[in-house]
Every structure is written in C-alpha cells, then in structure tokens.
Write a protein that binds this ligand. Sequence first.
Ligand code: F0G
Length: 402
Amino acid sequence: MKCQLQCIECRATYDPDEIIYLCPSCGGLLEVVYDLPSIDIDFHTSGECRSVWKYRSLLPVERDPVTICEGGTPLYRIGRLAKDMGAREMFVKHEGLNPTGSFKDRGMTVGVTRALELGMKTVACASTGNTSASLSIYAAKAEIPAVVLLPGGKVALGKVAQALIHGAKVLDIRGNFDQALQLVREVCDEYGFYLLNSINPFRLEGQKTIAFEIADELGWEVPDRVILPVGNAGNISAIYKGFKELRECGITDTVPKMTGIQAEGSRPVVDAIDRGLDRIEPEPNPETIATAIRIGDPVNAAKALRAIRESGGLAISVTDDEIIQAQRDLASLEGIGVEPASATSVAGMRKLLADGVIDSDERIVCITTGHLLKDPTEVVDICAKPIEVDANIEAVRKAVFG
Ligand code: F0G
C-alpha cells in the first residue's frame, strides 16, 4: 500500500489496513498520507470518462473501483451573477451534477471501494440525506448491504427516496444528525460495519479530487479563493488537502484561501474562527432551511479550522433568506439549480464582497454541492404557483398574454 494513516494531532502513523477512525493513542482525527516523492503521478487517462479515477495515482486504493462515473463536473465561468455581485472573475463548480446529485459520490466511490478492499461486509453512515443517498447506490453497485441513520423528518424527500430505492436499510432516528452520527459510530464499533461518514479518512480522499479538477480545468492554476458550505466539515478539509498535495508535488505553487460558509442557526465553525478557539463549541439545537448542513457538532472541525487558518481563509454565516436569494440568483441568472445548502457558497460570496471583506479582483470558485431536485419542497413554496387553466387554446392564450 502506498499510503499510511496519520493522526493530525500527535502525528502517530498507522497501517492503512487497521479499521480505525480516530487515533488510538490520542483520539485525534486521522488522515491518509503518502510518500509523495515516490509516487509516479499520472493524471492522464485513456478512453475513461472524466472522473475521480483520472487521479487514481493519488488515491489510496489498488483494486478496480466501484464506480458510476463520478466527478468530472463542470466548472462554469459565471458572468451575470458575478457582475451583479461586483466580482471580476467567478466560477461555479457544480457538484450537483454527480450521479446521485451531490459531491458525496466522489467520497463514496473511494470509500466503498476501500470497504471491499478491506473485506468489510456491511457499510453504514448517519446522514442529513446526501451521504445516505450516495452510500446506498454505491453499496448496491458493490453488492453489500448499507445501513443509514437519518434525523427523522429533517431530510429532504428526494434524498430519502434515493436511499430507499437503492436498497439501504433506512432508519429514521428520533433525534438530530449529531445524535444519529453518535449512534452509528456505536453501531459500527459493535457490529463491525464499515463507517462511511466523513470521519473516515479514505472517503475524504475521494472528495479531494474536487481540488484536482479545479486546478486541472484552470490549466493547473489555483484560484485565489474557494468558497463552500460547511456542515460536518469534511469537504473543506478534503479540498484543502487536495490543493496542498498538488503544491507538495510541485504541480501548482500555492493553495486557495479556503472560505467556509455556515447557516446562521448552525455556525459552530464560524464562532470558533471568530473567537480564535482551537476547538468548536457544539450548537445543541442547529436550525436552518438548508437541512443538509443542519449540524451542530461537526466531526471534522479540527481539520476544517486548520484548513481555514493555514490557507488564510475565512468563515462566515448567512441567513436562510440570503440562502434562498442566492438559490434564486443561481437559477435565474446562471441556469444552475441547487439545493439550499449549496447556495450558501454564493450567499457567502455576495456578503463578503458587499462588506468589503474580500477583494473584487480575486479569482473565486464557489462550490455548489447538491442538485436542486434533491430538495424542491421549499422552492415550490417560495415561487409563484403554476396557473391552472382549462384545456383549450383560448384559456391558454389568456393565461400567457393576460
Ligand atoms: N452541501 C450539501 C448538499 C451536503 O449534503 C453537505 C453535507 C454539505 C454541503 C456539507 O459538507 O459535511 O463535508 O461540511 N451533507 C452530509 C450528509 C452531512 O449527511 O449528506 P460537509
């Protein structure tokens, strides 16, 4: 195996085949580390679809991947919305165009492949929705059972439907996401299920390919800033790691300022950054319309705080109204349909520009993490209702022309 597991706190290293999610000696988060100079980096593919697996030389698995062609999402150059916000150069990386409609597929293709490599028999996660949808499909493809724990009544319908139809055992917990995560960790310890939340460092390796793709699409250049939503804080940590590895390999020169956006009612990472704390204080009752990031005790907070601080980035929160406005802007000005959590990146960018916190000259990439169709309920509520008309041309004409 070309990698090891390393604790981000005490730096102890472990065999990658050990089934551990936290450092056995100090309890710190683990990450996958490589002897980068010894790796023959080959980012060229022949005949494959543009995907996460283009970057397999920096991924921690050897066997044939469990794949449904994840990654290879578009990086849109944004015109009207950028102008409206006063930005010089803006891109949106639309992760909602992954096979199940969210960036989680990048993590799960690697995570479930790793589960097979380790001989694990069952995979499991807690989820605000997207992780469970993604785990369910990759488990189906890998022909192993999946168990998912959801915060009952707080998961968007599209995501629940995905988890169900692809065959996971779906449990609605009478509690919030943080409680569901605690429970699934206990279940995995007790029954030997493979935990595929973002505390699993192998899963995050798949997600770091967002960084590789952004740099690749910009001609191996790095944007000044990457802005993205923060929930359990895995993705911001993974993307930062990806940019750092590119720099360490001499492929790029710098890393972008990692900028995390949380919802106003659920902002433990923002508070820790504001107050200069080393660890977050969990929010016991997180609330936001963006249910995907309704998380009060993000498990990867220690990694995310480092990513933000080391890169010279920022963390701010946005209100539900700002989220909805950004969702509308993306849809109507740019033709990009996203779920509420995804729109936080753009809502945050607008706020940071308006407040003069970031420079309008920066080259900025916003990541939109999940597709509109995941969570259409609130959209139907806030948009004008369809006009009901009789089934004749006169009625249609009247409705269209008034
Ligand atoms: N955006 C969407 C659409 C998400 O589903 C999530 C997380 C995030 C952003 C935040 O990413 O957790 O890496 O900071 N969803 C998880 C889930 C928690 O269970 O689907 P993060």
